[in-house]
Design a protein around this ligand. Structure first.
Ligand code: GDP
Ligand code: PGA
Ligand code: MN
Length: 596
């Protein structure tokens, strides 16, 4: 198809980029939309699309006095979380995807999904959504274009990324952009596929309307394709929040932390230090994804490629996360929360009394005595980061921030102590590689089962996990000033299932120790697993804790470690010959230290 014909198909396409026009034309030929709309990211466009979404029942307006600019979306009840079993890495060789990913041959995937996409947008509109991941014009920033038939996706992408004309301008005539094709299809879980083609910088997502499956800039591009590109190009794409913590003297330390989905990234990134930390300040650079490169000074610099937060709603309140409460007070899209009689939103763990009556996340009447949850456990907010009162002034800095500490953390009711510092980089990579975490509602499947989740990247690594861990080890040579590596666990429980550590803002007490360790301000104590705070180094004044809570939260139990080592072994065996030698050595050292 020549470019003049393309122009007629596209009406007035706001670009002359031949590669982009040709690809849009090819996708349109396959999906056959009635209309093609190029999104410019303007306020007028937002208004028009929001009105249309309301008219079509895709968005329900909330009480505009209480929550100006806020809307509720109810997804199909079969489509409320990421679908890891339907997510594929499509590389010519199966081994390149590795044992931890589902694999499909690219030819087969294009054919199989091509049949689903064939004519799927008849009667619908195809939106062309150009977007940038990262501050516009930055050296790490990447452009993607998502073609979608969902207004909900467009309105979410508008919050989550720098979307529209600015991204198109940044792209210019380059053909270096991620090609994302999405259709909600008929929202049938038997016809749902999230396919990644790293070699083609392409993503095809069919049959879902849920965030992690369809906001293609996020987990699909920024992590799966990103991690693949990171290895090719010598940088890291990680499932990490980024925060800056400033001490009373005014020194800011930047920290990146990887926790699996629904294990506390957004909360930690927006944390407000407790009263006893007068003069301390925590500011958010990012809450989910970090792209990290070595800077000219040999330090590791991180940017947040996103522009908004796609956060877990349940449990958010003015005590656990006041900054999030302020962030979602306006211009926020809520997905699968409950609605109050006066048109406000409600969820389990919100402040105040539980309302007598609500409309639940599926639109059904709900009363206080109902056995079901009113909001879905994986209900979400999509809010612009500019709403965050604690947004770091560096969040839009194209150079990013220098990282001094990297933290790995999982959700573990036992075994893993509150905090440890790794002996060195290789040991730190080992701590990250051997992370385990209990599954959450962020992905479909059973909740609360421990699984190995190396660096919180199990569902997001776009290539062989063994090569990924080796890439982490290799990065050591490129970084002159290595960040210190730590491990945390906020989720240890007592025998009655109660959390031993208060968490949330109180995590500042652990963060302070981490900052002190980074700057060499406190001595430490060596254990079999790593360095830990000496008694009293984590201040507990003002905490209402049972006498042995800290001892219990920091304890290392031989029997628990026996089974932990076994489970780690199964993971490393899965990597086969690609299990990095340096990590196998770390494992041997740990076994000999533990004497098991
Ligand atoms: P993310 O998906 O990694 O960004 O996780 P979130 O920050 O959204 O938190 C997920 C869930 O874990 C929410 O229900 C939070 O209330 C809960 N959570 C977050 N931080 C803590 C913590 O420090 N302690 C405890 N006990 N729960 C937490
Ligand atoms: P998160 O990710 O839970 O890590 O914020 C969103 C998702 O899993 O879709
Ligand atoms: Mn989050």
């Amino acid at each position: 198809m020549s470019s003049t014909q393309v122009a007629t198909v596209h009406g007035d396409a706001p670009t002359k980029n031949a590669a982009l026009l040709a690809w849009v034309a090819r996708c349109a030929q396959m999906t056959q939309p009635d209309r093609i709309v190029w999104c410019d990211g303007s306020e007028a466009e937002k208004k028009r699309l929001t009105e249309q979404a309301v008219k079509e029942g895709i968005l329900l307006p909330l009480n505009q006095e209480k929550r100006p600019g806020c809307y509720l979306h109810r997804s199909n009840p079969n489509d409320v979380a990421r679908v890891e079993h339907l997510t594929f890495i499509c590389t010519p060789n199966k081994t390149d995807a590795g044992p931890t990913n589902n694999w499909m041959d690219p030819e087969q995937a294009y054919t199989k999904l091509g049949l689903l996409f064939d004519g799927c947008m008849k009667g619908r509109t195809m939106y062309v959504v150009p977007y940038a991941m990262g501050p516009l014009g930055g050296p790490s920033t990447k452009v993607g274009v998502e073609l979608t038939d969902s207004i909900y996706v467009v309105l979410n992408m508008r919050i989550m990324t720098r979307m529209g004309k600015a991204a198109l301008d940044m792209l210019g005539d380059s053909d270096d952009f991620n090609r994302g094709l999405h259709s909600t299809g008929d929202v049938n879980p038997d016809r749902r596929y999230i396919c990644h083609f790293p070699q083609d910088n392409t993503i095809w997502s069919f049959g879902s309307g849920y965030g992690g499956n369809v906001l293609l800039g996020k987990k699909c591009l920024a992590l799966r394709i990103g991690s693949y590109l990171g290895r090719e190009e010598g940088w890291l794409a990680e499932h990490m929040l980024i925060l800056g913590v400033t001490d009373p003297k005014g020194q800011t330390t930047y920290v990146a932390a990887a926790f699996p989905s629904a294990c506390g990234k957004t909360n930690f990134a927006m944390m407000i230090p407790p009263k006893s930390y007068q003069g301390w300040k925590v500011e958010t650079v990012g809450d989910d994804i970090a792209w990290m490169r070595v800077g000219p000074d040999g330090r590791l610099y991180a940017i947040n490629p996103e522009a908004g937060y796609f956060g877990v709603v349940p449990g958010t309140n003015t005590k656990t996360n006041p900054n999030a409460m302020a962030t979602i007070a306006k211009d926020t899209l809520f997905t699968n929360v409950a609605m109050t009689a006066d048109g406000d939103v409600w969820w389990e763990g919100k402040d105040g009394e539980v309302p007598e009556e609500l409309v639940d996340w599926q639109g059904r009447p709900w009363t206080k005595n109902s056995p079901d949850k009113a909001a879905h456990p994986n209900s979400r907010f999509t809010a612009p980061m500019s709403n965050n009162p604690a947004l770091s002034p560096k969040a839009n800095d194209p150079q990013g921030v220098p990282i001094s500490a990297i933290i790995f953390g999982g959700r573990r009711s036992n075994t893993v102590p509150l905090v440890l510092q790794a002996f060195n980089w290789t040991h730190g990579v080992f701590l990250g590689a051997t992370m385990g975490s209990e599954t959450t509602a962020a992905a479909t499947g059973k909740v609360g089962v421990v699984r190995r989740d190396p660096m919180a990247m199990l569902p997001f690594c776009g290539y062989h996990m063994g090569d990924y861990l080796q890439h982490w080890l290799d990065m050591q040579k490129a970084i002159t000033h290595l960040p210190k590596i730590f491990q945390v666990n906020w989720f240890r429980q007592d025998k009655n299932g109660k959390y031993l550590w208060p968490g949330y803002g109180e995590n500042m007490r652990v963060l302070e120790w981490i900052v002190n360790r980074v700057h060499g301000r406190v001595p430490t104590q060596e254990t079999l697993l790593g360095w830990v705070p000496r008694q009293g180094d984590i201040p507990t004044q003002g905490l209402d804790l049972p006498p042995d809570a800290i001892a219990e939260a920091t304890s290392i139990k031989a029997d628990e470690w026996k089974s932990e080592l076994k489970s780690q072994e199964v993971f490393f065996e899965q990597l086969g010959t690609k299990a990095p030698e340096a990590l196998m050595l770390q494992r041997k050292l740990l076994i000999s230290r533990l004497g098991s």
